[in-house]
Structure formats: C-alpha cells, structure tokens
Design a protein around this ligand. Structure first.
Ligand code: WQD
Length: 348
C-alpha cells in the first residue's frame, strides 16, 4: 500500500514526502519536473534514507497514470501537482484551466477504476478572494478568486465536493493553505523557482545572496500597521505535517472536508524583511514600489477547525522560517555547485 503524491518534488510536495516517509509510509511520486528538479529526489533520500518510487510525467496523462495504478496498490492520493504562478495564470488562462483541472479529473477517473477512495487536495487561501471579514474561515461562501490560478482552485474544490457527494464511500479532504515559507531544517530542500521569484521570501533570499539587487515592496499604503501587505506565513514543515494529520484522520472516515492550514496570525512585508535581517545578520536593500495588481491588503486564516478536528498546531515560527530559508539558499546552491564540479571533472 502506498500514498501517491503528485507534485512530490515541488516545494510543498517534497516536504510532505519527507514527513510521510518519516511516518513509515510508502510513497509513489508523479511529477513532470516542470517546476522542480530530479535532484530533489536524491535530497529526499539523503534526509530520510529512503528513495521513493518516482515517475516523471504529467498527471493529465491517463495512460501513464494507469501504469502507476497497475504497478502499485495506492491507498490514498495527495494531489499537489499544478501550475501556480498567479501572474502567469492571467496571461495563460487556458494552460492553467487545462492542466489544473484535467489533472484532478484524471486522478478521479483512476480512483474509480482502481477503487482508491481517499484524496487530499492542495487548495489555497486565495479561494477566499478579497473580503474584509478576517480571519477567513471554512464556512465562508466562496464566489470568485482574483485570477485564473485561484479560479482553478475553486473549480477543483467544486468538482471534488460533487464527486464526494455522489460517492458516500469516498473521503476527500481539501486543505486551504496560508502562504508557505521556509525550508527543511537540513538545508537540503526548499523553494527554488527556476525563474525570478514571484513570491516574497524566495525573492528576499536571492537579494540576501546578492543574486538580485534589491527587493521591491509592492505598496506601503495599504490599511495595515505599516502600510505593507499582511499575510499568514506558515513554515512549510508545519504545513507538511498537517498533511500527515489529515491523512491519518481520513483513514477512519468518509465525506468531504475542508480545512485551513495556517498560523492564524498576520505578518507584514516589512516585518518579514526585518525578521530575515535580524535572524541572518544580512541587510536586505529594498525600495517601495507601486502595488502589484491583484494583491489584497490582508489575508490570514482561522485555523480553529484544523486544530479541533485534526489536532493541527504550528510549532515553527517566522524566525525559524527565515533562518531555514537562508540556510537552504546557501547550502542548496553550494551543493549544486559541487554537483556541477563533479560533472565537469567526469567530462574531463
Ligand atoms: C506576499 C506579500 C506582496 C513579492 C500567492 C498566491 C497564493 C500562494 C502563494 C501559490 C504581498 C508582497 C511580494 C515581492 C512584495 N500560491 N511582495 N515584493 O500574493 O500572498 O500569495 O502566492 O503558490 O495562492 O496568491 O504571496 O509571496 O507573492 O506576496 O512586496 O517581490 O509580499 O505584495 O503583500 P501572495 P507573495
């Protein structure tokens, strides 16, 4: 019996795989490497001592998925795989709807064919859109997100809800994430966008390591304590552990369940910058820039339900996250260079 983890080499997926393996579970990863690297697999093995099964293809490919379901007895699916760049989703909506919806549909078809009855789906706080009633809770009516990426999350949630209603023997859990940050404490896995980062902490990391000159703070005139945007930043390891709890809870139940996973607290852009500087003893040069289109002022989650029903509680702080992120920035890239040197000496 194994847990199928789609997108298992990505930022959140790789941390979840580590936690699952450390719980003694067998893991099968499907990841098309579109925003990850095969190197992550070796790093997972280095951390856990276990190399999970890995299949490099896009989850939408039904024939290849079938082979995986034929080969392994899958007991649960955790579906992380998906395109996730908010800005890009507005310029390439078709790609986003195609990939992010068809991957879920393909998995649901496999569930029916191979009698797999349990799935956890990666959703996002972005489904709450722009609203004044904070913190966001699971009971709020979901209408529209501010971009196609967010819309794919909402649509996926609707599809999964309807399938769960039609199949009372299924257990489907939707986890709505706050903003995941940080990296594994080993410094071996973390967030490594292949392009210029869109998200705040990866950008700060690159400024800290002098790969980028300065941070642009998108707006200082929001109705927040210091005028900069406020988010609920959760350490990726805490978020990954939330998946293990959700998985354990699903074993003995059916139905459709939705949980927020966050800290329940907001941190501003300038507070995150200050924490990074203080904890890592580096200066982050920044300038105030215009607001980024589509951004909201404040987002943080009510996590009472996850606490009460899953026993979810974050243990790591923003300070842990900025230290771990910087350790990964330094250690991760050092390892990359060592690998390059090795490759070069092999060529010689
Ligand atoms: C955080 C804050 C920015 C970059 C998005 C998605 C969400 C999730 C994570 C997927 C905001 C400010 C940022 C920069 C800045 N999805 N900022 N300068 O926008 O809250 O969430 O990413 O993977 O679904 O919506 O996260 O990290 O981009 O921004 O000032 O260079 O940092 O304005 O206030 P966001 P973020």
């Amino acid at each position: 019996m194994a847990v199928l983890v789609t997108g298992g080499l990505g930022f959140i997926g790789s941390h979840a795989v580590v936690e699952l393996l450390q719980e003694g579970l067998d893991v099968v990863i499907v990841d098309d490497l579109s925003n990850s690297s095969k190197e992550v697999l070796s790093r997972i093995a280095k951390i856990t001592g276990i190399k999970p099964f890995f299949y490099p293809f896009n989850v939408c490919k039904l024939n290849k998925l079938k082979e995986v379901f034929e080969k392994h007895i899958i007991s649960e699916i955790i579906h992380f795989a998906g395109f996730k760049a908010v800005g890009e989703s507005s310029s390439k909506p078709l790609e986003y709807y195609d990939n992010n919806l068809n991957s879920t549909l393909a998995l649901l078809k496999m569930m029916e064919k191979y009698q797999v009855k349990k799935m956890i789906f990666s959703s996002s706080a972005t489904v709450y859109g722009e609203r004044d009633d904070l913190p966001f809770n699971e009971g709020m009516t979901i209408t529209h997100a501010t971009n196609p990426y967010g819309e794919t999350k909402i649509m996926n949630e609707i599809i999964l809800r309807d399938v769960a209603i039609s199949r009372p023997d299924y257990a489907i859990t939707v986890l709505r994430y706050a903003n995941p940050i940080g990296a594994h404490s080993s410094g071996l896995i973390g967030e490594k966008p292949s392009d210029i980062p869109n998200n705040l902490l990866p950008y700060i990391q690159r400024v800290a390591s002098k790969k980028l000159n300065e941070l642009a703070v998108f707006g200082d005139d929001y109705p927040t304590t210091d005028g900069t945007g406020v988010r609920d930043y959760i350490h990726v390891t805490d978020l990954a552990k939330g998946h293990v709890l959700a998985l354990k809870k699903m074993v003995a139940r059916t139905g459709f369940h939705v949980y927020n996973l966050g800290t329940g607290r907001g941190t501003s852009v300038l507070e995150l910058v200050a924490a990074f500087e203080r904890e890592n003893h580096v200066k982050i040069p920044y300038r105030i820039a215009a607001r980024r289109s589509g951004d909201i002022a404040t987002s943080y989650l009510d996590v009472t339900l996850a606490k009460n029903e899953l026993g979810f509680q974050t243990k790591l702080t923003i300070n842990d996250a900025v230290r771990d992120a910087y350790r990964f920035e330094i250690r991760g890239s050092k390892l990359d260079k060592t690998k390059l040197l090795k490759k070069e000496s092999i060529k010689k």
